[in-house]
Ligand binder design. Structure first.
Ligand code: TXA
Ligand code: MG
Length: 343
């Protein structure tokens, strides 16, 4: 039996989901970034079930989702001024802040760190679920992306269902459907637990606008530095579809397609191409092509769905046009592409 998917805008299902969380079970929920695999952040056993369901190492902390700054105060020991400025600018929205954690609160979710990741999601279904859960006495929902460890994050309810299709005893009890995620890549993560403001994971927000909001320079974490906390989204190889990914320039892709187009197709090998400016001549029948949109926001929105689609069609290799590195708008997309290509 596939995991049931319920309409997330139906109050009956929202109530059922809140009760499921209260009972210590897992619920998959939509956010504006990606779908999350949620548990009551204050129940250690429920949070441990998340690690088991994802196959995620237990020392990789989870993000706790809250409905407001007031709810955040249950988890945070202190929220420094620059973090409060970030909150005022971006919450609810695709920003996670790492702050010092209140002692003894959300131990399993924090995976042994003395800090906690907090995010107030903007998606109306996530907000409604958080409110329904608070009504039952809950404070926050711990939720990593609802995929198997190391794989592409889900941006639709169907992606979540597929990710747990063969994990019968180790899967969310229900999935709330909130449509395709608008942002499409995971939240920007900023470490605010020291006087410095450090970018741990880029998302859709640009360094410039973050610095302006916080009134402080942004430092970029070196993810290969042994002293920074290792966590899934910051491992060199992550977000991987089953197919191999090769990042190439648009020029390289168009040239290679020109050559391949003249070769007889084989039935055993499938190539997918995700690039801009593919002319009719470059749309070769035995190669699956997806036109890449112009804007970073549009590519972020559809990127994971494109990777899921290529996988569903049994593609072995994907050529992806590398976006312009010098343009800060693309920082989050390039990060995900490089990690997906590294595996
Ligand atoms: O957009 C998102 O952030 C999605 C949705 C569901 O909200 N969630 C998500 O969670 O991407 P996940 O588990 O896939 O990524 C969690 C990231 C990890 O990479 C980890 O680095 C960071 O959050 N993180 C959480 N708590 C942390 C902490 N205390 N210290 C350092 N990093 C932390
Ligand atoms: Mg993830």
């Amino acid at each position: 039996m596939p995991i049931p998917i319920y309409a997330g805008d139906n109050p009956i299902y929202l109530e059922q989901a809140a009760q499921t969380l209260q009972a210590g079970q897992l619920v998959a929920l939509p956010t504006e970034t990606v779908y999350g695999l949620g548990a009551d952040a204050d129940q250690d056993n429920a949070c441990r079930a998340i690690f088991a369901a994802k196959g995620r190492p237990t020392n990789h902390p989870l993000i706790v989702h809250v409905s407001s700054t007031t709810a955040a105060a249950h988890y945070a020991r202190e929220i420094p001024d620059f973090a409060q400025q970030l909150i005022r600018t971006y919450w609810p929205g695709p920003l996670t802040i790492i702050v010092k954690r209140r002692v003894g609160i959300a131990n399993a979710a924090a995976a042994g760190q003395d800090t906690i990741g907090l995010r107030c999601p903007a998606h109306p279904v996530a907000q409604a679920l958080l409110k329904a859960f608070e009504h039952l006495g809950g404070h926050g929902i711990a939720a990593p992306s609802a995929n198997q460890f190391g794989r592409t994050s889900p941006t639709t309810a169907r992606h979540v269902q597929e990710a747990f299709a063969d994990k019968h005893n180790c899967a969310p009890a229900m999935i709330l459907d909130g449509g395709a995620c608008e942002v499409g890549i995971e939240s920007t993560i900023i470490d605010c637990s020291s006087p410095k403001m450090v970018l741990l994971r880029p998302g859709i927000l640009t360094p410039d606008e973050l610095e302006k909001a916080a009134g402080k320079p942004l430092e970029i974490a070196d993810i290969f530095d042994e002293t920074t906390p290792k966590a899934p989204g910051t491992l060199p190889s992550h977000y991987a579809p089953k197919a191999k990914i090769r990042l190439m320039s648009g020029e390289e892709i168009r040239t290679a397609l020109g050559i391949i187009g003249s070769v007889k197709p084989t039935k055993t090998f499938r190539l997918g191409v995700y690039a801009k400016k593919l002319t009719q001549k470059q749309k070769i029948p035995h190669i699956l092509t997806r036109p890449m949109p112009e804007s970073a926001a549009s590519v972020a929105h559809e990127l994971f769905a494109v990777l899921h689609d290529f996988d569903a069609q049994g593609v072995d290799l994907i050529w992806i046009e590398k976006p312009p590195e010098e343009d800060p708008q693309w920082i989050g997309v390039i990060d995900r592409l490089e990690r997906a290509a590294a595996s």
